[in-house]
Design a protein around this ligand. Structure first.
Ligand code: G1P
Length: 289
């Protein structure tokens, strides 16, 4: 029986050093693309895939992420009083079902695998999704929805994958590929951040996962991997052979918003998709060419 996917873990404890000074006093996941913070894109994408329960793995200085999905009583009352209907409507995606978002703290930065392990009580015996808010995907069908649909067919673990230039394999988790129908690939092995010469392929994992709870048992061993961190990729690799494990070449475009160029590109791409902004953006872009 394939259990329904209802839970998502959002690892948001990172320091955001690549965006200093902007991230000195605010969470990097609060940085907006156009007018919406990265964390909200992730939560909305997850909801569109049927996720109902969220666990944010946070750290010190990250309270804004929790506040963002709370009721802002004074703000909402003031907007209502002034009859600012449109502004109120903009807050819609920030509303959450009571009790649907919990947080745990990752007290020490030991890696992504450790962050996910911190959510073990939330995960329990259920399948769960992971969304890394730094990875933003522009797609007609939200990326996690595509993964959830694939999961319903295959069961087991499904990760979103995309081809990257060979010289970039040392930035990602990389697949060793088995059967491949051009869309869904069987995962035979996984390596975190291999040097280009050691990479088993150039198919990389992006920050969207559907995983089985058994990964937690492997992460619990706290074995250090690439960068001397507890790597999620290493925990996932231990599932291969015991459970189905697939990579899905998702449809859409991924922006690495943890990187300045990727973040700037996302601003332009998302603005060009907005009917209220596209023309003006296109016009000013021309003046820079
Ligand atoms: C993490 C994962 C890596 C994955 C990447 C996607 O790396 O460890 O396997 O490919 O996210 O963005 P990080 O970007 O945290 O270094």
């Amino acid at each position: 029986m394939i259990k329904p996917l209802r839970k998502a873990v959002l690892p948001v404890a990172g320091l955001g050093t690549r965006f200093l000074p902007a991230t000195k006093a605010t969470a990097k996941e609060m940085l907006p693309v156009v007018d919406k913070p990265l964390i909200q894109y992730a939560v909305e994408e997850a909801r569109a895939a049927g996720i109902e329960q969220f666990c944010m793995v946070t750290g010190r200085g990250k309270t804004a992420l929790v506040e963002h999905f709370d009721i802002a009583f004074e703000l909402e009352a003031t907007l209502r009083e002034r009859n600012k209907v449109e502004a109120l409507a903009l807050l819609e995606g920030t509303q959450s079902e009571p009790g649907s978002i919990v947080t745990v703290r990752q007290q020490v930065p030991l890696g992504l695998g450790h962050a996910i392990w911190c959510a073990r009580a939330f995960i329990g015996d259920d399948p769960f999704a992971i969304l890394l808010p730094d990875d933003l995907v522009l797609a007609d069908t939200p990326c996690l929805r595509q993964l959830a649909d694939a999961y319903r067919d295959t069961g087991g673990n499904v990760v979103a994958v995309t081809e990257v230039p060979r010289e970039h394999t040392n930035r990602y988790g990389i697949l060793q590929i088995g059967k491949d129908d051009g869309r869904l690939v069987e995962v035979k092995g996984l390596v975190e951040k291999p040097a280009p010469k050691d990479a088993p392929s150039n198919l990389s994992i992006i920050g969207r996962y559907v995983l089985m709870p058994e990964v937690i048992g492997h992460l619990a061993k706290m074995e250090r991997g690439a960068g001397n961190e507890v790597q999620l990729t290493d925990g996932m690799a231990k599932l291969i052979g015991n459970q189905p494990f697939h990579g899905l070449r998702f449809e859409g475009r991924r922006f690495d918003c943890g990187d300045k160029i990727g973040f700037l590109e996302a601003q332009i791409a998302f603005a060009l998709k907005r009917p209220d902004l596209a023309d003006a953006v296109r016009a000013f872009l021309k003046t820079y060419m």
